[in-house]
Design a protein around this ligand. Sequence first.
Ligand SMILES: C[S@@+](CC[C@H](N)C(=O)[O-])C[C@H]1O[C@@H](n2cnc3c(N)ncnc32)[C@H](O)[C@@H]1O
Length: 286
Amino acid sequence: MTLIATDDRNSDQVAYWNGPAGERWRARQQDQDTLLSPVAELLLRRAAPSPGEVVIDVGCGCGFTTLELARRVAPGGRVLGVDISGPMLARARERAPADLGVEFIEADATAYPFEPAAADLLFSRFGVMFFAQPRKSFANTRQGLRRGARLTFACWREPQRNPWLMLPLEEACRHVPRPPAASPEEPGPFAFADEHRVRDILESAGFESVSLEAIELSLDVGVGRGLDTAVETAIAIGPVSRALEDQPVELRSAAAASIRAALARYQSGNAVSLPGAIWLVTATNP
Ligand SMILES: C[S@@+](CC[C@H](N)C(=O)[O-])C[C@H]1O[C@@H](n2cnc3c(N)ncnc32)[C@H](O)[C@@H]1O
């Protein structure tokens, strides 16, 4: 499969999610879904998909939320999962039951020609913060929504409210150079941390009744298997994985030892739970 609609400004993200990062997400699919399951539950409850509805899951990755949505819109409904990552979509396709109303498309949500005014719900778990031109991307996806359709997505709040990602980074940076700080609007996990920016993007893309609810989470980076898994998780994803990429093995090992010592303070039985914070964003297509 190849990407069928692209926007040149997103080519860095296409390369990133089709490179080692996409492969890591595919390999870690089960652990990622366990780690992020509290967010899926919150989103699904808020979005309230019902039988017969048509849904678009943007940045659907390995497809966990796409399949959950498809179960909830059955019978009669269908879900389109859209993503730019070949490896992650391959995982999504292989785990999708044949009788579920679900389709996965390798495409950039900024440019994909969605069936006009067909969907009742636009949904995303952390798949919308990587657009170079977010207004254009949301305006394009809005074309696929019928009047009155709902938008429901989750995005991360500021780094300092997300110690589950930033504490391991601080530890890694005792040993390797700190990655250059991303500007607040640069595509990436924290690009939608600013409430006013998100509101502005969605309103200028044509959505109305935009609402952002601040939610505090406790995320088990050990995914129920304890400290070794917590260290593996911390190293495999997010800013730490970028900081450690291409570093010599002795520095990676030293970083892992520091991360382990820091995470040990959060261990309770097999859980290693750290705080995180998201915006739960909702809006309506007029
Ligand atoms: C943090 S991952 C989240 C994946 C999935 N939603 C989950 O919760 O497991 C972000 C996803 O957004 C996808 N993505 C980034 N830019 C995109 C774009 N322009 N169009 C469609 N998908 C995109 C990436 O390929 C990646 O799968």
